[in-house]
Structure formats: structure tokens, C-alpha cells
Write a protein that binds this ligand. Sequence first.
Ligand code: SAM
Length: 276
Amino acid sequence: MTINPRTLLESHGIAPKRSLGQNFLHDPNMLDKIVSSAALQPDEAVLEVGPGTGVLTERLAAVAPELVAVELDDRLQPILTERLAAFPQARVIYQDILSVNVPALFPDRPYVVVANLPYYITSAILRHLLESPHPPRRLIITVQNEVAERLIATPDDMSVLSVSVQYYGKPQIVTRLNPALFWPRPDVESAVVRIDVYPQQPLDVPDDRTFFRVVRAGFSQKRKQLKNSLSNGLNLNAGDAAAVFATAEVDSRRRAETLTLDEWARLTRAVAPLLH
Ligand code: SAM
């Protein structure tokens, strides 16, 4: 079966949908590079989000003991069925990934996510996967370059997205992708990012919910000093707020984008007893 998405889709009378982020990667070297950067171990299953025409899926199915691909667009079913016919351990679920109960897919196995993500819901998919009670061991995801930069951001450029992803794992850029490697050609550059998920939370925080409550409050007022954003967001009076910053040893005049994850953890521990 051809790798050329244009020929393949046209032969099935399918026009790509921009609204579903359908930009198909057709460079064999890059597809191989994505698979090798996943460094799949013999015990690891694979979850692919958005298999499209299945060019990445078939490469993953050739090495994975079990593979589940979740595709929203069921027009692609004839193509995927044919492409994956030789791989009985691979199956496709035609559903929105955000409505899939991911932990139930691989109840007894570690799994790895490999996906050229639909860019319109990148953050929601990352949240859905990373916040899961049975998260993947790692993710190898193609995202738009600007998002990749936010994922690997360092203090001074942090955002809720960078803090959220770096809370769960360690992201790094594997490679950049030129728009010419996709059809239809996207307007933006892309990048492959690998996120190694921590087996145990390395930060000392009371719980995830409180940590993210504090982080969201901190980022809620763009460019404001933390003493304003945290006090407003968490309803702290001036005295309590001053005590929290002193205990956490964080300067209250700093801005949210400059904090390290450890500083967010210290603020969370300091403020947690005051929250309801
Ligand atoms: N993996 C293919 C490739 O590399 O050429 C296609 C990648 S394309 C960027 C994104 C894919 O995600 C499309 O096939 C699209 O239909 C699918 N998709 C879009 N929204 C989705 C959703 N909510 N759940 C599952 N798949 C989705």
C-alpha cells in the first residue's frame, strides 16, 4: 500500500479535514526515526492517537506486542483495516481520544504513547493521558514547534502547560519537522518531543489537585507579581500571603513564569494548610 497520503486518500474519495488536524506525514525516514526514538521494550504496548492512514501504525505494529490506535475519523476505516490486516495484535478504536478510558485499554501492561497529534487539541490530550491513574511510561509526540518550545521551557518562560507537563515527566526535543514532510502542508513547523514520565512524583507535594490549584492561581493574572495573583486566586489575606512566601522562601514580587517546579512545590506546601 502506498505511503503517499494524497494518492491513497484520493483513491478512496476522502478529502482531508483541516478541522481534525489532518496533516499526514509521508517521509519514511522520519517515520522510522519516530519509531526508533520510542525505544520500545518487549513488554510495552503502544497507544497511538490519530493513526490517519496508518503509516506510523504499521511500523509500530511490526515491533509492539499489542497496539491500540484511536482514530476519530471513521472514513479512514477501509484504509486502516487493509493496512493493518497482517497485524492481529493491532486494533483501531473509532472514537474521540478524550472520551476513551485509557487505563482500561492496557490494565496489566506498561504502554507507550506514539502519536502525530491533531494540533487543535494537543493540550487536552496531554492532560487526558498524563493525569490518568495508569499513565504511559513515555510519550513520543509530534506537535507544532511553538508547543514543543513551551513543553521544554525553563524558568522565565514557564506557562501552565510547561509546569503541567514537567510535573509528570521530563520532555526533550527529538527532532524538528519541516512542513514539506506532511500532506496537506501545515502552516507551521513541527517537532517530535519525547516525554519520559516519572514512575513516582519527584516533588514533595500534598496532592496533585492542590499543586495545580496553586499553579493556576499563580498564572491567572498575566504579568502580575505572585503576591497579587496568588492572594486573589486563593483568597489569602495580606498577612497569610506574606507568611506563605516567607515559609516557601519565594520572593513575592516574582512573576509566575520565573518559578521552578520546586518553588511551586514549596509554595504549595506552605499554602496547603490555609486552603479549603
Ligand atoms: N498518524 C497520521 C500520520 O502521521 O500521518 C495522522 C496524523 S494527523 C496529524 C492527526 C490524526 O488525528 C488524524 O488522522 C485525525 O483524524 C485524528 N484525530 C483528530 N482528532 C482526534 C480525536 N479527538 N481523537 C482521535 N483522533 C483524532
